[in-house]
Structures are given as C-alpha cells and as structure tokens.
Design a protein around this ligand. Structure first.
Ligand code: GLN
Length: 448
C-alpha cells in the first residue's frame, strides 16, 4: 500500500531522494517468512519506515541532499538503522532535506524542493521536510529525521504530523551525518503519539560508539502512556516570551485553545518566564555554524565525496571541490562558523555564546522547579509558499520556539492542534524535563 501510495503522490510531493521498491518488498517478504514460521516478531515487523537522507544504511545511497555526496554509498549502518532492522522494520527510502540539514523549508536541497501535502504551493518545513511530508502523504508509516534547531518539530507542525526530538544523548548519533554535534538528535515522525513512543523505544538507548550517548535505563514508553499520571496532577508552564511579537493570530488562537483544553482536564496552568529566550537565535547561529564549519571540514575532495576535475595542486583541489560540492547556505554557514572560531573572535563570539547557552539551559531548569512541561507554539506561523522567504534571516526566525530545547538538550514534541482558515496545519509544542520522554508522551497523548 505504501509503495502504491508513493507511486501515486510522489511526482507532486517529491519527498524522496531515492527508494528501492524491490529491496523494500524483499524485506517485507522476509518479515512474512518470519510470521509464517511462527518466529517471534519484532515490535516493528514489516512496517515501512523512511529515513532522512543523513542516516546511514549499509550499501544504500546517503546524500545529505548535497552535490558533495551525490554518488556516496554508505559502507555501514547507523545505530538507529541497526536498531530498526533488529525491530523488524522495512527500511524504505531516503528522504529529502535541506542540504546537510541546514534550513527550515527543504528549499536548500540540491536535489529538489519537497512540497507540503496539504498545499503543494507551500513548503513542508525543514530541514527534515521529506520525512514530514512522507508521513503526512501516507508514503511511509513513520520516518526518522534529525533535529538540530527544530528540524523535526517545525516540519511536523507544517505537515500536521507528530514529531519528537528526544533528549540530547538518548538516541545514538553514530551514523548520522553531523551538522552541529552538540545539538543534533535523531527522532521519529509519526501520525500518532503512540507510534512516536513505539519508534522511540526501538531507537533509544546507550551506544558505546557515540561518546555523548547517555547510559540510562530506558522505560517502556508505550506502557507509560497508560500509566504516567493523570492530567489533574500536571502543571504546565506557559512561557510568556513565546507569545510575543511576531506570532500569527491563528497560531496563537489554536495554541490558546489547546491550553484551555488542558485546563479543562484539570491541569494547573502556570505562566513562567524564560528570560534568555531573546538570545536563543543568536547563540544557536554562532554555535551551530561553528560546529558545522568543523564537521564539514572532512569534505575535502580527497577521502570521499565530490572531487573536482582539473585542479592544479592540492589546495586548488580543496577549493574547487568544496566550491562545486556545497550550496549557498552551507557555504554561508562554513564561513560564519570559521569566523566565530578564528583567533581573535573566539572569545567574543564562540565562548560567549557557550556562556549564554548555559543561561538558557538554567532558565528551563528554573521553570522545571515549578512545572512538569512547557506548552508553546512550535512555529510562529504556518507553512509559507515556496520561494516566499528568500532572505536567510527571515528563515532563521522560523526556529525561534524550537531552538531552546536543543540548546538545553531537552525532549520536545510537536503535535497537530488545528488548522488555519486556509487549511494549513498548526503545531503545538510540548517541552519536557531532561530524559522525561515518558511523561512528555503521556501529556501529548492526552491532547491528541
Ligand atoms: N532551521 C535550523 C537551521 O537551519 C534548524 C535545522 C535543523 O534542526 N537541522 O539550522
């Protein structure tokens, strides 16, 4: 059914960079054989799951939607890939994104611009736009994306699906093409909160191959959905800084309705303040670009990836390969990141941003002394038209509500909370306590 659906809608939606029907059918057939033989089935046995094209699958293309990796085939599996395989999933297709996950609309892809299934004139959000659109359009049962500053939650909001960014360290980054290593997390896109719990269960857990992987007991998330408390016991914080200037009226009305829903269920709603919110974007675009400039230094045209022809010497080869291989936004970030890390500016920008990051984190921890979770819009406005935000700074503003959770390493989920009069989905964000995914999922499901 997923293959048929993909054949029917993919020419319009353009969610996939690549897929292999024969390979998916062979995996599904293997699942059928297990079932027929009465073998114990994995929790995701036979379920087609798509992967953002930054997550490695052995012997499959891995492009990051970049010319730099246009012909790259991964020699190994990411940890999440291995875990999905162990859970019985059918790995189905590589999904489009903004090149190297840098962007908020999937327009920075070197491959194609994915469309929003709710309105093909609109963007699906980004950077995991393909992963969000595929679930919304029924081209996969679930998908994985990565979230560095909102790249799971923002496209989930634009496409009307559930998107979960886990706590930093909960899901291994081994085999994820690195953008900003201290912020990147892999997480699921699904149609329901319960499915998000199932996917998280499959991919979470300690991995010795990721030095930032956290060694903690992984709860049974699905069981927790049935158990973890009652709405009347929850205190939800409404951060006043998230409802200020720049928010679309339909978005704020929809989120207000969700807040009223929780109040009517017996939750205590408390106004809280995250005073350093206004620095989040600045801090993010210093730290993320700094880390990106370092991570992307490996694409030198020598070891793998695009290699320019006709270079006169090795330095010329680096220059030409990178000039040809990277798109505009990636170059902009490498330049910015190199600048903030350069001697003379390191203290003024990079180090200072690290200090403010600590203050942002402390804001959240202070709020969590009073509340169980925070409730906010996911994005200030609904999906915009393809081409409408040509100015990179206008695009950076889309991340204003999502970045805080990345800077502080917190789990956060976006779930649908209604539509605009024009029929575009609106997203509600819930931000949880560190490693508090079980409670967060439970709170999210109460609204669903
Ligand atoms: N839109 C943000 C950026 O461009 C976030 C991207 C992401 O989370 N990968 O950096």
């Amino acid at each position: 059914a997923v293959i048929e659906r993909t054949r029917a809608v993919e020419p319009q939606v353009k969610a996939f960079n690549s897929f292999d029907e024969a390979d998916a059918l062979a995996q599904a057939a293997a699942s059928d054989v297990r079932r027929a033989a009465g073998e114990a089935l994995g929790p995701l046995d036979g379920i087609p799951i798509g992967l953002k094209d930054v997550i490695a699958v052995r012997d499959q293309p891995l492009t990051a939607s970049s010319r730099m990796l246009a012909n790259f085939v991964s020699p190994y599996d990411a940890t999440v890939t291995e875990r999905l395989k162990n859970a019985g999933a059918v790995l189905w297709g590589r999904l489009n994104l903004d090149e190297f996950a840098m962007g908020s609309s999937t327009e920075n892809s070197a491959t194609q611009t994915t469309r929003n299934p709710w309105d093909l004139a609109c963007v699906p959000g980004g950077s995991s736009g393909g992963s969000a659109a595929a679930v919304a359009a029924g081209q996969a049962i679930a998908t994985l994306g990565s979230d560095t500053g909102g790249s799971i939650r923002q496209p989930a909001a634009f496409c009307g699906v559930v998107g979960l960014k886990p706590s930093y360290g909960l899901v291994s980054r081994y085999g994820l093409i690195a953008f900003a290593s201290s912020l990147d997390q892999i997480g699921p896109f699904t149609r329901t909160v319960e499915d998000a719990a199932l996917l998280l269960q499959a991919i979470a857990g300690h991995d010795a191959r990721d030095s930032t992987s956290f060694n903690t007991q992984i709860p049974d998330y699905r069981a927790a959905l049935a158990q973890a408390g009652k709405p009347s016991a929850w205190k939800l914080g409404v951060p006043k800084e998230y409802f200020g200037e720049g928010i679309d009226a339909e978005v704020s009305a929809a989120v207000e309705r969700a807040i009223e829903f929780y109040r009517a269920q017996g939750c205590e709603i408390v106004e809280v303040s995250l005073p350093h919110t206004r620095y989040c974007l600045d801090v993010y675009y210093v730290l993320a670009t700094a880390e990106a400039s370092s991570n992307l230094a490996r694409y030198d045209g020598i070891r793998y990836g695009h290699r320019a022809q006709g270079a006169s010497d090795i330095v010329d080869l680096y220059f030409k390969s990178r000039a040809e291989g990277f798109g505009e936004e990636v170059k902009r970030r490498i330049i910015l990141g190199t600048y903030v890390l350069s001697s003379g500016y390191y203290d003024a920008y990079y180090l200072r941003a690290q200090k403010v990051r600590r203050l942002v984190t402390q804001d959240f921890l202070n709020a969590y002394a009073k509340v169980d979770a925070l409730i906010t819009p996911t994005v200030p406005a609904p999906a915009f038209k393809v081409g409408a935000k040509a100015d990179p700074l206008a695009l950076y503003l889309c991340d204003i509500y999502t970045i805080g959770a990345n800077l502080a390493g917190l789990p956060a989920i976006s779930l649908p909370c209604g539509f605009t009069a024009g029929g575009l989905p609106i997203g509600l964000q819930l931000i949880g306590q560190p490693f508090g995914e079980a409670a967060l999922l439970r709170i999210a499901q109460a609204y669903e």
